[in-house]
Design a protein around this ligand. Structure first.
Ligand SMILES: *Cc1c(COP(=O)(O)O)cnc(C)c1O
Length: 364
């Protein structure tokens, strides 16, 4: 067979190691996974009820336009229903954007290290990558704006950034947007939006009126705890959404996902409780890291990137043997670091205990 050569140079996504894999490999019965920024509290009980109510309709195709979810979400966000697009996770919207705007002869600007999917989708489309290094773990928006040229079609801003957990502020974003030409698409990936507590974080929906070249991506996978159901969404001008609709698969979100997302949206008390518990978890980690003299990036997400100054893959392996799955910083562009998802208080304590043993063992 003769695949298109350029797809072979696009990396295959490396997910967090699955729990069952680790149980089998190490003969463990208890394994905690703090590798994929999943919600340790699960999802709202209302979402589970909504799924049960769907079980007699599994033979029917889903509503391809996600109409009920569309109306609910438009109402919740204060936008028009026509300003929304749904995806099989926001991952699929990243794919749709790449498919619609990138091709050979164009380029796309992004930060590095950042979320891997901007890069791999751009490579599949044959667009040139312009990667601008983070500055102190934060998007260097001035350098990103300066890198835009006539062939640039899409600029990606992951805010907060995965894997560093940092944000760009409203002020920084506003001066950046003024510099971006009107025909260049700016993608704000806000997968962790609901976890952010910093008051300098930009509220981007009001910016849509002024910037028809802006799209905001959010998801039901992270704080809403519905990662397995794959529902993400984009918010943008009607014109932009109607362009993306040309590359959307007809039934790209399922009925269970749509129903669960609607119910989850109604349970904002659950979201608030998760956000609050997450901040306590972040503090649990940073208090200990401060005590140990370790540096880390200030996180506005449900994960923390910490510099252990030890070989990432070795530490990752040692944690794995003890039934703890995190993300090795090496694979994420931060050698010496680990990215740890905030779990329950008990899970966090277990990781900290294991890390403390590893640090002591290494003479630190
Ligand atoms: C998790 C994540 C996504 C993808 O989430 P979906 O499950 O596909 O909705 C997108 N962007 C970033 C930065 C993420 O961390």
């Amino acid at each position: 067979m003769r695949p298109k050569q350029r797809i072979l140079s696009a990396p295959v996504y490396q997910p967090g190691k699955p729990i069952d894999d680790v149980k089998r490999e190490f003969g463990l019965t208890e394994v905690i996974k703090l590798a994929s920024n999943e919600n340790p509290l699960g999802c709202s009980p209302k979402a589970k009820e909504a799924i049960r109510a769907q079980l007699d309709s599994l033979a029917l195709y889903p509503d391809g336009a996600s109409l009920q979810l569309r109306w609910d979400l438009a109402d919740f966000l204060g936008v028009k229903p026509e300003q929304l697009i749904f995806g099989n996770g926001s991952d699929e919207i990243i794919l749709m954007i790449s498919r619609a705007y990138l091709e050979v002869g164009t380029n796309t600007v992004m930060a590095t290290p950042s979320f891997s999917q901007y890069r791999s989708n751009a490579m599949v489309e044959g667009a040139e990558l312009i990667e601008i290094p983070l500055k102190d773990g934060v998007h260097d928006l001035e350098a990103m704006a300066a890198a835009i040229n006539d062939q640039t079609r899409v600029v990606w801003v992951c805010n907060p950034n995965n894997p560093s957990g940092t944000i760009v502020t409203a002020e920084q974003l506003s001066s950046f947007l003024k510099k971006v030409p009107q025909d260049v698409l700016v993608v704000m990936d806000e997968a962790y939006y609901e976890y952010v507590v910093d008051e300098e974080y930009p509220q981007t929906i009001p910016l849509l009126a002024q910037y028809p070249n802006l799209i905001i991506l959010r998801t039901f996978s992270k704080i809403y705890g519905l990662a397995s159901l794959r529902v993400g969404y984009g918010i943008a001008s009607e014109e932009l959404i109607s362009q993306l609709d040309h590359v959307r698969e007809p039934f790209n979100t399922g009925s269970l996902g749509q129903a669960a997302a609607r119910a989850a949206l109604q349970d904002q008390d659950f979201v608030k409780a998760c956000c609050q518990q997450n901040r306590e978890g972040i503090k649990q980690f940073t208090d200990r890291f401060d005590e140990w003299g370790l540096s880390y990036y200030p996180s506005q997400t449900n994960f923390i990137l910490v510099n252990l100054n030890l070989d990432s893959d070795e530490v990752f392996g040692k944690l794995l043997q003890q039934g703890i799955i995190v993300r090795s910083g090496r694979a994420l562009g931060f050698p010496g670091y680990q990215r740890i998802t905030v779990g329950t208080r008990e899970q966090n304590e277990k990781v900290l205990q294991a890390l403390s043993n590893i640090l002591v063992g290494a003479g630190k």
